[in-house]
Design a binder for this molecule. Structure first.
Ligand SMILES: Nc1ncnc2c1ncn2[C@@H]1O[C@H](COP(=O)(O)OP(=O)(O)OP(=O)(O)O)[C@@H](O)[C@H]1O
Length: 257
């Protein structure tokens, strides 16, 4: 689904990611992990086609990103930004319906199929009861779930999510992450998401990409890459693992003053 070849991303004089050659296959669920400022959002925006690489290339489905017509790209990848601002009085339903526009090049109005898809997406995110509400009146977590519903309604094989668990309460963090993992397993969708919760990432992801923020990176299956010594190095803080049944739980080591 995604193939990067010697991809290099910089911010000013800093090299964030150096020569990333990376394959993301259909049906995989990747977590991108790294410290604040490591370049995670910059990478995701580049994969979405919103930023130009400084060197190297990105292909989506065998085709270089720059060769994708915008409307076709919008039917292939959906992007959840880390933050958003709502300038106008759209309802939650209208916001989700807007995600159907890439399917309407030959007609102006959405059809009943679009309404059903949008309502289903709102229901999947447990915000169907908010469909008629002005998005500017929603709480942070409700607005986040409407934004994820819009992604689902966009119905793309590739989902790129910048901190999807942001602002969600514990129950919704778990249900949203499980839903993403299920989309990969059952519908062969591909997910690349950024997250700071190692335990959530470990429980739902098949693979992880670690970014050091100085160009270095490490990519691979979760069992190989999400190990305490490697995570400690990449996150700049000692981390221990404890086993709880089948689960590995990551905890930051307490440092005594
Ligand atoms: N236009 C710019 N000019 C200079 N530096 C920039 C610019 N845009 C981004 N940066 C820097 O690039 C670095 C990477 O930013 P990015 O948003 O990708 O980090 P991140 O890993 O997503 O961080 P976070 O976990 O805080 O969301 C940051 O240090 C940021 O300050």
């Amino acid at each position: 689904m995604i193939h990067t070849q010697q991809l290099t991303l910089r911010a000013g004089a800093r090299t964030l990611i150096d020569q990333l050659t990376w394959h993301v296959e259909d049906g995989q669920c990747w977590s991108v992990i790294g410290r604040n400022g490591a370049g995670k959002s910059t990478l995701l925006r580049t994969l979405a086609g919103l930023c130009e690489p400084d060197a190297g290339s990105v292909s989506i489905g065998q085709r270089p990103l720059r060769d994708w017509p915008l409307e076709e790209l919008a039917r292939t990848r959906a992007f959840l930004a880390q933050s958003r601002s709502d300038a106008f009085a759209y309802t939650a339903l209208e916001t989700v319906l807007a995600a159907r526009h890439p399917y309407h090049s030959n007609r102006y109005w959405e059809g009943s199929d679009d309404h059903k898809l949008a309502l289903d997406a709102l229901a999947a995110m447990e915000v169907a009861d908010l469909a008629a509400r002005d998005v500017r009146t929603l709480s942070g977590g409700e607005r986040q779930r409407v934004a994820i519903a819009a992604m689902l309604a966009q119905d793309t094989p590739l989902l790129l999510l910048d901190e999807p668990a942001n602002a969600l309460d514990l129950a919704h963090q778990v249900s949203v992450m499980r839903l993403l993992a299920r989309l990969c397993r059952q519908q062969n969708k591909t997910v690349v998401m950024i997250g700071h919760d190692l335990n959530l990432a470990h429980s739902v992801s098949t693979h992880a990409l670690l970014l050091m923020g100085d160009g270095r990176w490490r990519a691979g299956p979760v069992a190989e890459v999400m190990q305490a010594p490697i995570l400690s190095e990449y996150l700049g803080h000692p981390i221990e693992t404890i086993q709880h049944g089948q689960r590995s739980i990551f905890i930051p080591t307490e440092e005594h003053a």
